[in-house]
Write a protein that binds this ligand. Structure first.
Ligand code: NAP
Length: 268
């Protein structure tokens, strides 16, 4: 019988994780079953309990359960503790243990795949929801010269930034004439075809800047805004694949090669 893994979310039908993990398993010659589980909104814990009872060895957790997964775990990794959210559950080593691979996934995509070095750069992180919260510790640890968190609801950005030394939170209207080398869009605005209320791209992006939208598989208004100003830009497909590879490493002790999988995902 293959080892059982799953992605748990609501909704979850759109998730590419089963396909990505099937590619990893094939490349590593491992017999793995990876399915989608839609948990009722009020029954995340019961759903994970049932999966554990059915010999589930590990799971990815997606919207809206990452905070609940954090609470579910008996213990968590340092990076999950900093993010206060779990996207990777380990269920086959005693009590449930949680990790968060979103931050390292973003960093690996930026630095390894896209060749954008973060150290010493001026970075703007847009958003203060679960995704921003998950990647902020990794962005801080990468040693940027400056790290600003901006959000539509500015108080949420201030509260989030206050947890990380050297990080400032504000609203988009407070950005003024500041220029950035990297702007990461961790909002869900692109999913509804919207652009956060940013200043002019000519002002926001420093020469040679990079724009990154965590939303994947579509051209968002933010990507168009950046590209129209001649700025290099990427969607979040690489982050998706890299965070999955890190989960696979946590579960199986082997890091799968991501290049072919990312190329195939982009081809569609
Ligand atoms: P979330 O917790 O619901 O937070 C949503 C964030 O987007 C909030 O900061 C919200 O601002 C902001 N926002 C929503 N609509 C907006 C608009 N029209 N204008 C400006 N700001 C807006 O969601 P999340 O979990 O952080 O996820 C955010 C996005 O990241 C999702 O699209 C998700 O698909 C993507 N993501 C991608 C990956 C990947 O691997 N590539 C991983 C994780 C997440 P307010 O606080 O003001 O409401």
């Amino acid at each position: 019988m293959p080892d059982r893994y799953a992605v748990i979310g609501n909704p979850v039908a759109h998730s590419k994780s089963p396909w990505i993990h099937a590619q990893f398993a094939r490349a590593c010659a491992l017999d793995i079953e990876y399915t989608r589980i839609e948990a009722p909104l009020d029954a995340f814990s019961a759903t994970v309990d049932a999966f554990r009872a059915a010999a589930g060895r590990g799971a990815n957790v997606t919207l809206p359960f990452k905070q609940e997964a954090f609470i579910y775990c008996a213990s968590v990794s340092e990076r999950a503790r900093e993010a206060r959210a779990v996207n990777t559950l380990v269920l086959d080593r005693g009590e449930p243990w949680g990790d968060n691979t979103d931050g390292v996934g973003l960093l690996r995509d930026l630095e390894s795949n896209l060749r954008f070095e973060l150290r010493g750069r001026r970075v703007l992180l847009m958003g203060a929801g679960g995704a921003a919260q998950a990647v902020l510790p990794a962005l801080c640890a990468a040693g940027p010269a400056r790290l600003i968190v901006a959000n539509r609801t500015s108080d949420k950005a201030r509260t989030l930034a206050a947890r990380f030394e050297g990080t400032t939170g504000c609203g988009y209207e407070d950005l003024g004439g500041d220029a950035f080398d990297l702007v990461v869009n961790a909002t869900s605005a692109g999913l509804v075809g919207e652009l956060p209320a940013l200043p002019s791209a000519q002002v926001l992006f420093a020469p040679g800047a990079f724009a990154y939208d965590m939303v994947y598989g579509r051209d968002t208004p933010f990507l168009s805004y950046a590209r129209a100003a001649g700025v290099r830009a990427s969607d979040g497909a690489g982050m998706l694949v890299e965070q999955a590879a890190e989960s696979f490493l946590v579960w199986r002790g082997v890091r799968p090669d991501t290049r072919a999988v990312l190329a195939a995902l982009r081809k569609g």
